[in-house]
Write a protein that binds this ligand. Structure first.
Ligand SMILES: C[S@@+](CC[C@H](N)C(=O)[O-])C[C@H]1O[C@@H](n2cnc3c(N)ncnc32)[C@H](O)[C@@H]1O
Length: 233
């Protein structure tokens, strides 16, 4: 089993490229003009009324300044043909994919995750019933990840909740399904926007190595704690 594991408390644009086989990540769905993740700006972001104004505060230029260099370094972190599964917000999916394509990633598919949902955030929005991730490839080679052709672009699993204090923790049910679908045992999974480490602990649970990067000190300590617990199991 591959035991290469690492977590960096850093800006991924400063520490990548890192040697990995596959990228599974969940970049911010939008950022303020200061480059901070939407909803995260206030130190007491968990309290009602202290959030940013959601997408009204999204700054496309700051989003580009974050994602273009990050995607460029991520491309150089995997071999030719290497895959990237990157979650994206429905409002900014087109922007995210265009930044990835600009840096050389090739779009393969959209993977839809269902099994959770909530109320609409406002009267002019739809109540969400799915989340979407872009499946992309570093061109130059082909990786056959669907040899029997039965894997689909829809993953339906109940969304587990309350797994960490990070405001956008992805459920282990979905993360394990993603690791299983797009990586092989012993490979190294890179998550440059690791948050509370959900990708990393799913990778570990399934016998993969991992490299994680998280810029925020509080979130990096949540990830370190969760990884420590997973390693002791
Ligand atoms: C959508 S969250 C990821 C949540 C994660 N999937 C989880 O389950 O906890 C995106 C994360 O990227 C981090 N981030 C934003 N810009 C970053 C950068 N330049 N380098 C590293 N991490 C960054 C944010 O602090 C945030 O925790």
């Amino acid at each position: 089993m591959n035991t290469r594991i690492a977590l960096h408390r850093a800006d991924c644009r400063e520490v990548l490229p890192a040697e990995a086989d596959v990228i599974i990540t969940d970049p911010p769905y939008g950022v303020t003009k200061h480059g901070e993740m939407l909803g995260q700006i206030a130190p007491n972001y968990k309290e009602k009324g202290t959030h940013t104004r959601g997408y009204a505060d999204h700054d496309p230029q700051a989003f580009s300044d974050l994602l273009r260099p990050a995607f460029d370094l991520m491309l150089r972190s995997v071999p030719k043909g290497g895959l990237m599964l990157a979650w994206c917000g429905n409002r900014t999916l087109a922007q995210m994919v265009s930044h990835a394509e600009y840096t050389g990633w090739q779009m393969l598919d959209l993977v839809v995750f269902t099994g959770g949902g909530s109320w609409a955030k406002s009267k002019s929005m739809l109540a969400p019933r799915h989340e979407t991730a872009a499946l992309m490839r570093r061109p130059g080679s082909i990786r056959n990840f669907n040899t029997d052709r039965t894997k689909t672009n829809h993953i339906h699993l109940p969304k587990t909740r309350g797994e960490s204090d990070h405001p956008t923790t992805k459920p282990q049910t979905w993360m394990r399904a993603a690791v299983e679908a797009f990586t092989e045992p012993g490979e190294v999974v890179l998550d440059p926007f690791a948050g509370s480490g959900s990708t990393l602990i799913a990778a570990h649970a399934l016998g993969r190595g991992f490299v994680g990067v998280e810029r925020d000190t509080e979130f990096a300590s949540i990830a370190a704690r969760r990884i420590g617990e997973a390693l002791r199991r």
